[in-house]
Design a binder for this molecule. Structure first.
Ligand SMILES: Nc1ncnc2c1ncn2[C@@H]1O[C@H](COP(=O)(O)OP(=O)(O)OP(=O)(O)O)[C@@H](O)[C@H]1O
Ligand SMILES: [Mg+2]
Length: 360
């Protein structure tokens, strides 16, 4: 008869890597939420510090932990002990969250899906916001930084006298991107914890100066960059970019759920590439169908902030280092980005409203 493998805290901790923090693509062990595992005969006691008191999240976590450990033949009973968010501050994953001095609003531009136009929207939104305030733009896509190409610069940031990083200035806004610190041959093979360190440093060690809006261009998904951002700083709100396909909308639902888990308001949705404007005849052809973002806005109770058509000038602006808002301010799409900026500024000034349909 084969004996079950000995129950050890290490083995159980390994098993717990299968439990993701609800809404995130990261497990609770990696997130440092499992503080202790006790084994007492066939009884296993897991101590977790999830950094939230939300009952739905705690219920889900407890059920997942019980299910994963309960599958071990040697385990007869699983007890989950939760340390509340308010207790034992200093160890919980959100304990570092602190406002950045001098920065009024942090706006995250996000989507679960790649290639939907986050960077394009972030860049043009940031440039349009510069009409109403001082703006910084942080490229949190450490693996695939976009700002060097979109602004046509590979200038290396300098250190200030106080040993902080001076952002690069272009078109009146401050920029920081991992792309400014790499030469083209650098392999980008960093692991998660390094990504977290870089995003943290871009938030805390960059001399942003007095800033009305810090726009953060996130990589796709719900990974380390997203998590670090919401753990480190209070994000005023997220702008979610989507294309009108149904699949993209599912992904957006996931992104919304992620922000809801960490109590970050979603300011609204931008539907990008929402139709093709024929450069010959000027008519707009809804190649991806219509109304998807309307449905989403209705389902989650957040506004549709803008609908940006697919136009070659947008891509050309991004490829050539001259974003459309500054290269062609008279272009109808530039006007759409200015309206988007006004809406984002107005929404940022409102007190945070929880997302209906996602919050309990
Ligand atoms: N409205 C638009 N019209 C035409 N081209 C666009 C539009 N929006 C984005 N593009 C082009 O689509 C491509 C992808 O856009 P972008 O890099 O902004 O997406 P992303 O979501 O940031 O991608 P990633 O997930 O890789 O970060 C780029 O070549 C960009 O120029
Ligand atoms: Mg991008």
């Amino acid at each position: 008869m084969s004996r079950p493998m000995a129950l050890t805290p290490d083995r159980l901790r390994d098993a717990l890597r299968a439990v993701r923090f609800p809404g995130f693509n990261r497990d609770i062990v990696r997130l440092g939420m499992v503080t202790e595992i006790e084994v007492d005969g066939g009884t296993v006691r897991v101590h977790v510090r999830p950094g939230t008191d939300r009952p739905d999240v705690l219920r889900q976590l407890t059920a997942d932990i019980e299910r994963v450990l309960g599958a071990d033949p040697g385990v007869r009973k699983v007890e989950v002990r939760i340390t509340g968010a308010a207790e034992g501050r200093g160890k919980d994953p959100f304990a570092e969250r602190a406002a950045l001095p001098g920065i009024a609003h942090i706006i995250a531009v996000a989507s679960a899906k790649g290639g939907v136009g986050k960077s394009t929207v972030a860049v043009n939104l940031a440039l349009a916001l510069a009409r109403v305030g001082r703006v910084g733009l942080l490229d949190a896509d450490v693996y695939g930084p976009s700002l060097p190409i979109m602004f046509g610069t590979a200038e290396r940031p300098r250190a200030t006298a106080s040993k902080r990083i001076q952002p690069i200035e272009r078109y009146g806004i401050g920029l920081i991107s991992m792309g400014f610190f790499l030469d083209e041959r650098s392999p980008v093979i960093w692991r998660g914890p390094i990504v977290m360190g870089i995003v943290r440093q871009f938030l805390r060690d960059v001399d942003w100066g007095p800033t009305d809006f810090l726009v953060v261009d996130l990589p796709p998904g719900t990974g380390d960059a997203q998590l670090t951002l919401v753990q480190q700083v209070p994000v005023t709100g997220a702008v979610i970019v989507t294309t009108p396909q149904d699949v993209a909308l599912l992904d957006v639902g996931r992104t919304m759920a992620m922000f809801a888990q960490v109590k970050t308001p979603v300011l609204g949705v931008v539907e990008n590439m929402s139709g093709y404007v024929c450069s010959q005849c000027g008519t707009e052809d809804p190649i991806f169908g219509r109304g998807g973002a309307d449905v989403l806005a209705e389902r989650f109770g957040v506004p549709l902030l803008a609908r940006i058509p697919l136009v070659p000038a947008v891509r050309e602006g991004g490829d050539s280092g001259h974003p459309i808002v500054v290269a062609a301010p008279e272009h109808p799409v530039s006007a759409l980005f200015r309206v988007l900026a006004e809406r984002v500024a107005a929404a940022a000034a409102q007190p945070a409203v929880p997302v209906p349909g996602v919050h309990p």
